[in-house]
Ligand binder design. Sequence first.
Ligand code: NDP
Length: 503
Amino acid sequence: MLDRTAKLKTYQTYIDGRWIDATSGKTFETCDPYTGQPWALIPECDKVDVDQAVDAASRAFERGPWPKMTPSARGKIMRRIAQLIEQHAEHLGQVEVRDNGKLISEMVAQTKYMPEWFYYYGGLADKIQGTVVAVDRPNHFNYILREPVGVCAFITPWNSPLMLTTWKLAPALAAGCTVVIKPSEYTSASLLEFVKLVIAESGLPPGVVNVVTGYGALVGEPLVTHPRVAKVAFTGGSTTGARVNELAAKTFKKVSLELGGKSPNIVFDDCIVDDAVSGAVSGIFAATGQTCIAGSRLLLQETIHDRFVEKLVDMAKTAKLGDPALAETQVGPVTTPPQYQKILSYIDIAKSEGAKCVLGGGAAPQEEGGGQYFVKPTIFTGVTNKMRIAQEEVFGPVLSVIKFKDEDEAIEIANDIAYGLGAGVWTQSLKRAHTMAGRIKAGTVWINTYRAVSFLMPFGGYKASGLGRENGVEAIDGYLQSKSVWINNGPGGGNPFIMKTAS
Ligand code: NDP
């Protein structure tokens, strides 16, 4: 149970293994989305703090004990991190709820799952292997080293702050990188608690993990443009992601981007209807629709449309709005005031475009939600894929229902969008399931399930939904670079003015 009566808590940030205030001495308030009231003060860092954090991360990477440590020793520290998360998962989940207003059941499930990333990538740390190459020259012994890229900057959003940090931090530490993390200005507290309870107690050397809290333009941009940052791993909106990519390109950084989505959840008339209804509801109303993989376009085969919509509305209208800290709540508040306004404006856009509102359609009154910033679970039918409500990411509990005739039309609608993060398919036909999985342009396709993620499965987007993949074995490649080593054990010589080639 959250204690909402406590006085404002004041946090410090964490640079080079020390807890410090922002150099400016400034702080900003972080609010509880349920009450709308501030509950903590966060250091307002700026470029000066970013420089200090990157200096610390650079020192730790170049000269600290971290690069000298064996990968097996790194793996042991990562397993310690996993154990510490296990000890503190409940508390960390509660701090997430306080800051982002998502359901306690979801946030604690996430924090309890996070250790798996540190066990998995901790186990991979000493399995990063180079290769010996039988090169096409006599008397040569050539090999390829896999080296950490260096200092990494992480920029994260407010919807699942610790989980999305974990997806970056675990492979980066396994690779031997050092990091500077800038959390969302709306949800910095959980990261600071995580660092205090887990990172600072894990035996990681100072400077390996650093945090700079503050605003995107004042902290995010100096971090992304800092010449000693080698890699930027960003999760957030596509517009911000494009800006980050552009800034990072000037100093040729490696970039990975996990961006927005407008995912199709496609229901065929041969599905198990009750499963698909439940999948459609969880696809859009879980997390108050504030998830990048929200199944916000529900594509219904016309032969099942009316029957399905009826069942869907019946189930969605039972959703219990309320305090996200209570186990029985099913839909919590919207996390930020600007996001709340954005969702309401999209509901107006859908209405003005001629979509038919069959559920919800506006703000939930205080007595329904019990707190601030509640939006009624909303369903629009009669949506065509050209409408803005079908094309633009709302990031809220607003579902657009679109009809289709057959597989070809479903694919055409599903892929006719700038995004490509996720997609759901509901069918009992094995042939159709595989065909659809192959034809949908998205980083993840769920068949007869939705919104499942795992440390074992790569996650990321096609098209405007991002660059690179997190999770799974390949995620570690994003934090490594190859070095080719040539050793000539034979005679030297030859014409020094021409490049040495096989011929
Ligand atoms: P934003 O893009 O607004 O912000 C993301 C992060 O970028 C925040 O830390 C933000 O700081 C920072 N930022 C803002 N401007 C800049 C800048 N100019 N330079 C560097 N950093 C900057 O996203 P939201 O926080 O609103 O999160 C919602 C978005 O995230 C949605 O579009 C959602 O789809 C996407 N998302 C994608 C996921 C994926 O894995 N594909 C997962 C979760 C969310 P500040 O908070 O101070 O503005």
